[in-house]
Design a protein around this ligand. Structure first.
Ligand SMILES: [Mn+2]
Length: 437
């Protein structure tokens, strides 16, 4: 159990240090949590009219750190705690992070240092919220992006504050994407998390289901969204989908259709930004497609940014859908695990997401998916289910050991892990992997 009071007093020290800075360079990690964290800090700096520069990184490496030697003031967002080489840096450095600390240099606001698990109890964006006490909704979006739901501990505390401030509301609802932003037919047709066999990708069945339920598709001339439905229409749709999945997939899968949904009330109505989970997908799409600064612009409500990000998201989701339908047709059962060879078909930046989306319900085995990175190496992504993890499976360990055995590198979490290996040693790797499962 962590110590809330000492964590909060560290947050106050962090705020004091940031307040003393006059023109910092703000470096942030390019994923959803990093973008949200960086945006909270940038918003705070702007509110005080402090000049600053901002730089996104995929990884903070030593070379970059050395090139920063000239900078007198640095703020690191969602990076830094794991980089021992930062010890050499002079000047004022503030680290706001939630990764396992590998050094003690500089002022670090990091929940790990106070007995909290940064993997599940608070993300970097949440940490930034507790330091700057601004934009609580971005704190939530960052945590959702780092898959920290259901919220507990410091995350739960932040969520409760958001509800009290009127910035967020919690409900139990469908988890499908597009509740605010998609017409009903596309809402069902493009369902991918979870993927609903017979509904996802099948427009006719979607239209038939909605008409059987007596749900009008339009109101006046406008396409209705899920959030436009009346309460009893919502109930009918949810229970019809649950019956459908329960019969065709499994009752366990039906339970995964609904869950805790966090809506955000200070963002532009009828957009993805009103839903914490959809907002996080939008930021991930920006980051993974090389435009993290666009994600920051969306977080800071810059004019025109949302429209650009939405177009990027549409493309990202199209890639994901194509990836999933390729995966559904090409997945092989190799005995101890399922294998997807997507070399040349699915980009290495989304292969892990696709592997994670492959349907959950009937899956009793881990999935290993492969694609090629820019340099022609094989990028591997493995995903397990919660049940397998409960039974003791640790993919991070297995992937790290079996990639090492073939001259690659890998690692990650027990439920999701990745690795890169030389292309000519794939067969050897598969044997090593299988042996360790
Ligand atoms: Mn993070």
């Amino acid at each position: 159990m962590g110590n809330v009071q000492s964590f909060f007093s560290r947050c106050e020290e962090a705020l004091a240090l940031a307040s003393r800075m006059e023109n910092p360079l703000l470096i942030y990690h390019y994923d959803c949590d990093g973008i949200a964290c960086g945006s909270i800090i940038a918003g705070w700096l702007e509110s005080l009219k402090k000049p600053y520069d901002m730089l996104s990184v995929r990884k903070l490496d030593e070379e970059l750190a050395q090139s920063l030697g000239q900078r007198k003031e640095l703020i690191l967002a969602d990076v830094g705690s794991g980089s021992a080489f930062l010890e050499q840096l002079k000047g004022d450095v503030l680290i706001i992070d939630h990764h396992q600390p590998a050094h003690k240099a500089h002022l670090q606001a990091n929940p790990h240092l106070f007995g909290f698990d940064g993997g599940s109890e608070l993300s970097a964006a949440g940490c930034a919220y507790f330091v700057f006490r601004q934009a609580v909704d971005l704190g939530i979006v960052g945590a959702v992006g780092d898959i920290q739901q259901p919220f507990c501990s410091l995350n739960r505390l932040m969520l409760e504050e958001a509800v009290r401030q009127g910035a967020a509301a919690i409900s139990t609802d469908l988890l499908l994407f597009g509740k605010n932003s998609r017409p009903l037919i596309q809402f069902l047709e493009y369902a991918d998390e979870p993927y609903i066999p017979g509904i996802s990708g099948n427009r006719e069945n979607c239209i038939r289901l909605l008409s059987e339920l007596g749900i009008e598709l339009k109101e006046n001339e406008n396409w209705r969204t899920y959030y436009d439905l009346k309460p009893d229409e919502k109930r009918r749709l949810v229970s019809a989908l649950a019956d459908y999945v329960s019969l065709r997939v499994s009752p366990e899968a039906a339970c995964q259709l609904t869950g805790e949904v966090i809506s955000l009330s200070r963002r532009q109505p009828h957009t993805e930004l009103c839903d914490a989970s959809e907002f996080s997908t939008l930021l991930n799409a920006c980051g993974r497609n090389g435009q993290p600064q666009l994600g920051v612009a969306v977080c800071l409500s810059r004019p025109g940014a949302y429209e650009k990000a939405q177009a990027l998201l549409a493309e990202h989701r199209r890639n994901l859908r194509d990836g999933i339908s390729f995966a559904a047709q090409n997945i092989q059962d190799l005995g101890k695990f399922l294998f997807l060879d997507a070399r040349g078909v699915i980009a290495d930046s989304i292969i892990g997401v696709v592997a994670g989306m492959l349907f959950i319900g009937q899956r009793e085995k881990p999935i290993l998916a492969i694609s090629l990175d820019e340099s022609g190496k094989i990028k591997l992504s493995a995903r397990a289910t919660r049940k397998l993890v409960r039974q003791g499976l640790n993919l991070g360990k297995i992937l790290s050991e079996s990639s090492l055995a073939v001259g690659g590198v890998g690692g990650g979490h027990n439920i999701a892990a990745g690795a890169t290996i030389p292309p000519e040693r794939l067969d050897e790797f598969l044997l090593e992997f299988s042996k360790r499962l």
